[in-house]
Design a protein around this ligand. Structure first.
Ligand code: SAJ
Length: 412
């Protein structure tokens, strides 16, 4: 088929390349000229393992190209951002704009698929009213639905192929046509359902994870109060065949887990009570950690902290919605000087010991693999204090203590 993909970000670009590598002719559309320029030179401007060579290959084969405007096609896939506003409301302007953008190119028999994570009812209440302006009969002359992504950054190309997938349609034939299209490269199961169910499934998967992380974070606070090591409790409980307690941390970041539950809360504010409380618990964690830092530094004049790790999760370069950045801002607002280090963030790369110079406390914010072996002696030599606060139960505590650090940990 000829496929037109609107939005060439973390999902749209890998998906475009995957279709282009499996027999389709793909036109990638993005409003950022830099993305289109790079693409047509066979290169990319996002970080994802092996994606650059994968894209280069299909661009050179001529099955993937970029343009600023859509063209007629057999299928249109919308994979644009669905961010959240300050008031925690879904910002659907990009989905609205993308749907309007493809309208002039829609033809009888076409398929329109929303991939972006969206509130329940987006396909039916936001997209169909626009697509009906084509004059085509929805579900008979134009097939529409939602097929959400569940890939994890860093393993996108593998998971695109091997994850099972949901194909939600405004009617059965739409769901079937969507499933058939993804069968081009999906080796996992493809489950068909209606569009609303597909929309809620995506939100539910991430909300399930958010609630479980909130449970771990609340357990960490309880354990501190009861003088118990939460990490040992979790490790022992997870020996139970049907228990899988998640990991406490300084908060929940990224533009998925921290965002998607709000799409459910917005639609069902009075019923989504547990979901809402979990969000509040996770969003409180930067403050909770900051309070510990103030306690540890209360006798220090002009305290300074070095934070190791700023991204939203380990071994990625993405700092969007990172809870550690919120923690850094909180500390600075309360008169604590903050020095930053992160091997994945250009502005903060460099020597760890140097980043600790003059600091009274080092805080491990993200468990990047590189931080498993820290130059403890050099760090202490550069520091003005000897405190270490671990938010991830990750640092090699015995070697830090042996070098002279006083080590504290979230949840212990
Ligand atoms: N986190 C914890 N404790 C945990 C697990 C994660 O504090 O036990 C934190 C991480 O540090 C990070 C945040 O939660 O700040 C999100 O981490 P994540 O591991 O959930 O990573 P994401 O957001 O990149 O991926 C999730 C995945 N969803 C699920 O696992 C249900 C992925 O499959 C989705 O495709 C992705 O969201 C998405 O794009 O929706």
């Amino acid at each position: 088929m000829k496929i037109c993909v609107i939005g060439l970000g973390y999902i749209g670009l890998p998906t475009s390349a995957m279709f282009a590598a499996h027999g389709h002719n793909v036109l990638g559309v993005d409003k950022n000229p830099a993305v289109i320029e790079a693409l047509n030179q066979g290169s990319i401007i996002i970080e994802e393992a092996n994606l650059d060579s994968f894209v280069k290959d299909v661009v050179e084969k001529g099955t993937l190209r970029g343009a600023m405007e859509p063209e007629e096609a057999d299928a249109f896939i919308i994979a644009v951002p669905t961010p959240i506003t300050e008031e925690k409301k879904a910002d659907m302007r990009y989905v609205q704009a993308a749907t309007e953008m493809i309208l002039p190119y829609i033809r009888k028999g076409n398929l329109v698929i929303l991939e972006s994570t969206s509130p329940v009812g987006t396909v039916e209440q936001l997209m169909l009213p626009i697509l009906e302006k084509s004059g085509l009969k929805m579900g008979e002359e134009l097939f529409v639905g939602h097929s959400p992504e569940r890939v994890i950054p860093g393993q996108i190309l593998y998971e695109l192929v091997h994850n099972s997938r949901i194909a939600g349609g405004i009617n059965a034939i739409s769901a079937q046509k969507i499933a058939e299209l993804y069968r081009s490269f999906v080796e996992g199961e493809i489950y068909q359902c209606d569009a609303r169910t597909a929309e809620l499934c995506k939100l539910t998967e991430n909300t399930f994870r958010d609630i479980n992380i909130a449970f771990a974070n609340e357990l960490a606070q309880i354990c501190e109060n009861l003088d118990i090591d939460v990490w040992q409790v979790i490790q022992l409980c997870n020996k139970h065949p049907r228990v899988n307690i998640h990991q406490p941390g300084p908060g929940v970041g990224g533009h998925c887990i921290a965002v998607d539950p709000w799409f459910i809360i917005e639609k069902q504010p009075d019923t989504a009570k547990l979901i809402h409380q979990a969000r509040l618990i996770n969003d409180y964690m930067p403050e909770y950690v900051a309070a510990h830092i103030y306690e540890l530094l209360e006798d220090v004049e002009q305290p300074q902290v070095t934070i190791l790790g700023l991204t939203y999760k380990p071994d990625v370069d993405d700092i969007r919605e990172s809870p550690v950045l919120k923690l850094a801002a909180l500390l600075e607002k309360n008169g604590v000087a903050v020095k930053r280090h992160d091997p994945f963030v250009k502005a903060y790369q460099g020597d760890v010991a140097e980043a600790c110079a003059g600091s009274h406390l080092v805080l491990l914010g993200v468990h990047h693999q590189q931080y498993k072996a820290l130059p403890a002696k050099e760090m202490l030599a550069a520091m003005a204090g000897k405190l270490f606060y671990d938010t991830r139960n990750f640092a090699d505590e015995p070697s830090l203590t042996e070098a002279g650090f006083e080590v504290y940990s979230l949840g212990r």
